[in-house]
Each structure stands twice: as structure tokens, then as C-alpha cells.
Design a protein around this ligand. Sequence first.
Ligand code: KG4
Ligand code: ZN
Length: 347
Amino acid sequence: MIILGIETSCDETAVAVLEVTKTKLTVKSSAVSSQIKKHKQYGGVVPEVAARNHMQNMMPILQHALDQAGVGKEAIELVAATYGPGLATSLMVGLETGKSLAFALNIPFVAVNHMAGHVFSWLLPKQIGETVLLPELEYPFLALLVSGGHTQLVKVHSAVQYELLGNTVDDAVGEAFDKVARMMKLPYPGGPEVSRLALNGDATAFELPRPMLHSKDLNFSFAGLKTAVLYALRKQAVTEKIIADMCASFQTAAVEVLIKKTLQAVSQHNISLVTVAGGVSANQFLREQLQGQLKQQKQEPHCTFPELQYTGDNGAMIALAGYIQYQNAGPTKKYQTLSVKPNLSLA
Ligand code: KG4
Ligand code: ZN
């Protein structure tokens, strides 16, 4: 089956074409137009600017994805598009494009939860055109979803059944990376900058809090950590050395909390597979630390991460999650009247 996936929930206009059979998966194309440069000057995503850019980019990106895949519109057999969560006006562009295409081509449509896209992104192969086996998924598995808008521990019972085990009570971890970077006048998005500079920093230079580390639940909090960074930085001149040390100290504190709660979920729910996804899953320190610590667990759960190009928002993950959803629950009924759901949750 040839699937077209469309993603416009935030600041990436993304379209991909996948070919999937019961056992095999090929990403035929994955086009992502990032607006990061446009939003950099504002230090974050401006919704009106994002929506206007999606409108301008949508058709060229769609055509590019089809050209790269070497297929025409008439070859598409299923359209999948993100309908939430995200910025309302951004979501509208992708959802309406997907609905119109499905309607015009008279083919089924699936509305996909953006976070479900992240959940299955570890299955996507590294190379465009490479065919890999689509494994029989063993449920339940645990997903740590870490992005600019989310920090969640989700128990995935099936393609259409999710249980929210833990959530952030304030900032998302990616948002904390971005805000801390901004305090040190580092460019947006802050995550990649902070993790790069942390390589040369001393993680013990600043004693930062690990909010909710010992709370019995699986929730997270990053606001206090962010504020602690602000106060610590106010106490001295912010030199290059201080910045590197702060990046390392902050990253270590944030990752420690993510890992502790993930390990707690693993043992409480007897998990044998953990996947980490979303923009922050690109973080190398998080990858290494989590893998190392999971190995020491009694049940030694298997740990997977998406390929780097699929950690951030992309159309391929939406096409794949759409396909899995379609196989399990069929197409979205009466999709013509479906509108975007900016606050959509997984559970
Ligand atoms: O999933 P994503 O591309 O967009 C959504 O928020 O949905 O995630 C973007 C977030 C940003 O906050 C960015 O700073 C963070 O992911 N990020 C990272 C790294 N790369 C991206 N955070 C920490 N370390 C990284 N290497
Ligand atoms: Zn995302």
C-alpha cells in the first residue's frame, strides 16, 4: 500500500510517501521544510508566521515528496494527516490538504495523533528507498515522548490504545532546554546547542535541583530547574566557561529525572521494550545514559530510538502511524467534517 503522510502541527511542513506491506516498509520519500530560520529572530515559534509559511510551503513540498518517490497522486492509496495536538492554524493547513486529497482521489483518510507518530518513529529505516522488515509489534511497550511541547511516559497497549503513565506538570523538557539556552543567549532551538556545549562543560559545576525525582508518581516538572538556572546565572558574569558548565549541569539534571522516571515505569509495569521519541530523543547524552542504565535493570528491557532525521517532526512517522491505525481500526469515518484538535491527548 502506498501511503501519503502530512505533518504541519508546529513549524515543520512535512510530507512523506511510504510503501508498506504486512511485513515490509520502505520510505520512498520524506520532505521536511523547516521554518527554524524564520522563527529564530523571535526566539521561538510564532503561530501566525508558522501558518502562513505552511500555506506557502504545502504544495511545493507535496509535489517534491511525490517526485522524490517517483509516484503520481493517483498511486496514493491512503492519506494520513496530523489533526492534533499542535498549533490550530498550523494543523489546519496539513489536515485540510490531506482531507481534500483523499476526497478528490476517492481514497481512505486517517486522522493521526501527532504523538502516535512519534511513538512508532523508531520503526522507520535510515535510508530513503531502503526496505526493512516491519516487525510484529509486541504490546505493551513504553514510550518516553520528549519534545518542545511534551514530556510523557506512555504505555502503548495497541496502535489505538494508549495509557498515560506520567506527564509534565509544567514545562516540557525541550521547552526547558530552549528557555535555558535563551538565558545564555544561545540560538533557537536551544536543545542541540546546549547538548553540544555541554560536551566541554563540567556537569558538577552547578548544583541544580532534580524536581520530583523522589515523587512516587511518574510525573515530571522542569519549571523549578529552569528557574534555578536563571538564579545561578545571575550570580556571576556569564563567560564561555560558565555557559559550558551550565549546559552540562542542566543537561545532566534534566536527563537524570527523565531516566529515573522511565526506570520506575519499567519496573512498575514490567516493560520489555522502551522507545524514546520526539525532538529531545536526538540528545546523545540521554541515549547513552538511558541505554546504560536499562542494561542494569533486572528484566534488561530492549531500548530503541528513531534515526536522527525522524526524531523531529516529519511526515514519514505520520504515514506509518496512519497505516498502523488503519490496519487496526480502519479509516477515519466522516473525515470531511473533522476539524483540528489542538489539545488532543493520546490517552
Ligand atoms: O519533536 P520536536 O521537533 O517538535 C515538537 O516540539 O513537537 O522537538 C523540538 C524540541 C526543541 O525543544 C529542541 O530544543 C529539542 O527538541 N531538541 C533537543 C535536541 N535536539 C532537539 N533537546 C535536547 N538535545 C538535543 N540534541
Ligand atoms: Zn513532535
